[in-house]
Design a protein around this ligand. Sequence first.
Ligand code: BG6
Ligand code: MG
Length: 223
Amino acid sequence: MKPVEGLIFDLDGVLLDTAQHHYTAWRRLADELGISFLPKDNEKLKGLSRVESLERILSMGGLMLNNDTKLQLMERKNAWYIELIADMTSEDVLPGVRAFIESSRKAGLHIALGSSSNNATTILQRCNLETLFDAIIDGRHVTHTKPDPEVFLKGAAQMNLSPSQVAVFEDAQAGIEAALAGGFHAVGVGLPSNLPGAAWVIPGFVGLTLEGLHQALALQASG
Ligand code: BG6
Ligand code: MG
């Protein structure tokens, strides 16, 4: 296969450890509602939109609520989440992330963000990451949430690349499914057991090089 020409990064759990803050805030809400919500339940919510996450939690508890109540619950969850991320700075960017993106940019690759979060731009700005991206697609720009590929297809379109020219980095099962559905090279970030279907799974970005990425994807394509 030809080397990829673009990279799309998910935000929560890939560039920053914000996935744990989403979990903490949802857990607080679930506790108040009397719904059991464990880390294994949260794994399935990763990558989904705010409203879809709430719907899943309510259905776990068998709760039917009206739209006004759901909106209030989402606002509360988001307020807690915003408190949790309030002190984030560029120091919180996960190890190796900035170096890998910077070296990829120097090598001429296009870089995009593909996140379900409506808080993405705030976080990127706060952590001094925004200028590293040629395109930023987030929860405000999409109609269909992951595992639909819309967010990544929009990112590829803004980079003027086709999906087969792009690798997507994702920590969520829904994100890997979205990348595969769109025809992208799906690279998992985390534990292989949580990310079936990924072409390659890395534990994080420390020591990752473009050469390493190309070799792993070529190996997978040939096997
Ligand atoms: C995704 C997270 O990136 O964004 C989900 O993986 C989260 O956990 C979703 O629910 C929406 O985020 P936000 O910040 O708009 O509530
Ligand atoms: Mg994520």
